[in-house]
Design a protein around this ligand. Structure first.
Ligand code: ATP
Ligand code: MG
Length: 459
């Protein structure tokens, strides 16, 4: 075996050192150094005498490249296809990550069945035996002669199999179990993960075989292995879920063939993972006619609108500094909204504990939810019940002005679809809104003062 040298590399910023160190000199992060093995290149010098010999890499003229227009492997799980950007592209490499036991293997086995109508699907597992996979498959009702199971961890054997049998789709469960025997380090180390992924990407691109790779995550929710891993693949999907809850969220963190930050909701049933098509209905169940301290907001996740309920609670602060308990919202954003409420709406919150929560476990990043959060707070403070058939959308400025939001039509259409009767919107969106007609009452607001004047009239 060729002689190898080891060094340490920061998984955050890629800074290299010869000795291990606790803190990275470059990015200042602690405990991010991992050992890497330097892989010697077979030939480091370019021999000019060989320049005219047959080059291995194929160079093709842009105009001569033939592609099957718009071909995508589709499944009957439309939400999964949507996240992929309309289906799986030939030669695409998708990395699926998520906490242990979240359902990665289950989801991929279900998709294996779906893709098997196109040809052979190879399921490589370094974690479970073929018998274990088969018994899971039987529970999910999977029968197909086109699914092949391989219990293997040596990337070379997988490479050879794929080259000879040319399956259409390969599922690798998981990248952390694979190893390349040419490299002197154990499976799961950054070097092995990088080398095995490189091999997979090469196989996928040269042979138009699509791959799903399962990747474990670290305790802080990052993909285990080198940061580079996410750059090497075409798409990164994260499978999330709250412990004890039956639903799961699949999020596209990166996608070269579709839009990113898309989100799809699935539920975990006895017979496997089922898609939740009408996710807004799903998050809005169990609500009363009128409520104090709650408001529905249409937020954008990727290109899809989700209706989420913001719930707030205020209690008297018994002692010390008032608590700000924030779940499903950006903490800093909430601090700003509280400051706006105190300054612009004259609410006195200095001696109140404040709690805000989004039921369902989703997290809101869209600033268009600002107005909803504040209305919910005002309704609580003034003890005014708000009809649950009224929603709110708008971003807040520090002067208390309600700012324009993007994709207003999409948001209003989703509200209309779910039977909302009215919606507070920014005055700045009026022109755009008036181009269409809606069955709901549209209430335009310039600023928070206007809202305070209206609140008693509307309710
Ligand atoms: N017979 C069964 N009936 C119902 N649910 C089951 C059964 N077997 C497993 N499950 C559930 O399916 C879920 C998903 O398991 P799965 O193995 O797909 O997760 P995973 O993300 O691949 O986990 P890991 O990271 O450990 O490989 C588990 O939470 C488990 O509780
Ligand atoms: Mg698994």
């Amino acid at each position: 075996m060729a002689k190898t040298k080891s060094f340490y590399i920061c998984s955050e910023c890629g800074y290299k050192t010869i000795k291990w160190q606790g803190k990275c000199d470059s990015c200042g992060e602690w405990g991010t150094f991992e050992e890497e093995i330097e892989v010697p290149l077979l030939s480091t010098k370019i021999n000019s005498n060989n320049l005219n010999s047959n080059s291995k890499s194929k160079v093709v003229s842009f105009s001569n490249i033939q592609i099957e227009k718009n071909f995508r492997y589709k499944t009957t799980i439309s939400e999964f296809d949507r996240l992929l950007g309309g289906g799986l592209v030939k030669g695409e490499v998708v990395l699926l990550t998520g906490n242990p036991g979240i359902g990665k293997s289950t989801l991929l086995l279900q998709t294996a069945k779906e893709y098997s109508i196109y040809g052979e699907v190879l399921y490589v597992s370094g974690e479970e035996s073929p018998a274990q996979i088969k018994s899971r498959g039987e529970r999910l009702g999977i029968t197909s002669d086109n699914i092949y199971l391989m219990s293997e961890t040596d990337i070379q054997s997988i490479y050879e199999y794929v080259l000879t049998k040319k399956p259409k789709i390969v599922i690798v469960d998981s990248i952390q179990t694979l190893y390349n025997s040419a490299i002197d380090s154990i499976p799961g180390t950054p070097t092995q993960i990088r080398e095995c992924t490189l091999k997979i990407v090469e196989l996928a691109k040269k042979n138009e075989v699509s791959f799903f790779i399962v990747g474990h995550i670290t305790k802080d929710g990052k993909v285990a292995g080198p940061k580079m891993l996410e750059h090497m693949v075409d798409a990164v999907f994260q499978f999330e879920g709250e412990e004890g809850l039956f639903y799961r969220i699949l999020r596209s963190e990166k996608n070269r063939f579709g839009s990113t930050n898309e989100l799809a909701v699935f539920s975990m049933e006895d017979n496997g993972i089922q898609e939740v098509k009408n996710s807004s209905e799903f998050f809005l169940s169990e609500r009363e006619e009128k409520n104090i301290g709650s408001m529905v907001v249409p937020v954008l996740e990727g290109t899809k609108v989700f209706l989420l309920e913001i719930q707030t609670l205020l209690t008297d602060c018994v002692m010390g500094i008032p608590k700000r308990i924030v779940q499903g919202f950006d903490r800093n954003r909430i601090q700003i909204l509280i400051a706006i409420a105190e300054k612009r709406m004259k609410l006195s919150l200095g001696m109140k504990d404040f709690f805000i929560n989004i039921p369902g476990g989703l997290s809101i990043k869209d600033p268009a939810a600002d107005l909803g959060a504040l209305i919910s707070l005002v309704s609580l403070y003034k003890n005014v019940a708000i009809s649950q058939k009224i929603a709110a959308v708008g971003e807040l400025g520090l002067r208390g002005e309600i700012r324009k939001v993007f994709f207003i039509e999409k948001r209003l259409r989703e509200l209309e679809k779910l039977g909302f009767k009215g919606v507070y919107v920014p005055e700045a969106n009026r022109k755009e809104i008036e181009k269409n007609s809606y069955k709901m009452k549209i209430i335009y607001l310039k600023n928070l003062e206007e809202f305070l004047e209206r609140i008693s009239k509307d309710e």
